[in-house]
Ligand binder design. Sequence first.
Ligand SMILES: Cc1cc2nc3c(=O)[nH]c(=O)nc-3n(C[C@H](O)[C@H](O)[C@H](O)COP(=O)(O)O)c2cc1C
Length: 364
Amino acid sequence: MDDSSPNRQPWPLNLTDLEEAAGSVLSQMVFDYYRGGALDEITLRRNRAAWEEISLRYRVLCDVSTRRLDIDLLGSHVTSPVLFAPTAFHRLAHPDGELATARAARALGTVMVLSTLSTVPMEEVCAEHDLVWFQLYVYKDRGLTRDLVARAEAAGAKAIVLTVDAQMWGRRERDVRNRFHLPDGIQAVNALPGGFGEMPERAAESGLAAYVAALFDLTLSWRDLESLRSQTSLPIVLKGIVHPDDARLAVDSGIDAVVVSNHGGRQLDTAPATAAALPAVVAAVDGRIPVLVDGGIRRGTDVIKAIAMGASAVLIGRPVLWGLAVGGDRGIEQAVGGILGELDEAMALCGVTSPGDITSDLLG
Ligand SMILES: Cc1cc2nc3c(=O)[nH]c(=O)nc-3n(C[C@H](O)[C@H](O)[C@H](O)COP(=O)(O)O)c2cc1C
């Protein structure tokens, strides 16, 4: 971004300020949809509070003059352990939508997890960036679902991220109040071939909730994983795990990675904070597959804490949307660049020089 213009607002100093800036450019309906959680938003608040509660017991005199952030993950080299979580409907934030997000992920050299509910077709997004993982929602129309997986693989996606905590939609009261719907010209384009691109506008509820209730398959179970496995040679990641028994079942089912997530507090309210759920999942997985985590990660120190607790990487959701709303792809680069700067600084302050050096010894 060109910061030299005298009329330019200074770029927000941190992700909390950025959220406020995004609030001033988004409509109330969209801002509420992006920031909100389920019911009383207890889990939403818990996510953030739990990272804040953890202390970092730093080391000194470690020669931290040279540092690196890059990691290897599911067969890809990624420039930092901070990935973009899948979030729906990016064209609500910016006309370029997911294309802008993909450009930012490419510039940053990190993974973009692309939502099934994107507003730009997956083929166009994958053409912008070669590190896209496709997030899958399972429709009752299993033909459409199979088609989504096949299209993602053909388009060059590097993994399938099956979201397992959102077949039943969490009740987000902000969306009910605002009767959330997609404005004309914005659709869930990946589902257009199945005839499911439109979101209804309903008098008494969220159009998205009505869409999910009508179309997503509540019969989804562990038995379906075998069939998914047979449909793709890509790594399969399960997103939305908080229980250690589910983590064990995932490993036993041949899953390649899990994401400890409560959907950013948008599904079961009063679910545990992800920072609270992470240790038991890490213990259950016992190093057999990578464990990732998301939910409330807003500072570089949060990333260090997650890795110290055994995560291989983290994902951030809303901050990417705030960056997109305020400044398109460059806005996302600045937002995520900010947290990466904090991570680098905090690593130096902790006495470590790479993500691989971050161990549980730092948790005080
Ligand atoms: C506006 C919004 C839309 C989301 N859409 C999806 C989605 O389509 N698929 C999915 O698996 N998760 C979705 N999520 C959940 C995120 O992937 C992620 O778990 C969560 O946002 C992480 O928390 P954070 O926003 O506090 O970083 C969405 C979250 C938000 C805020």
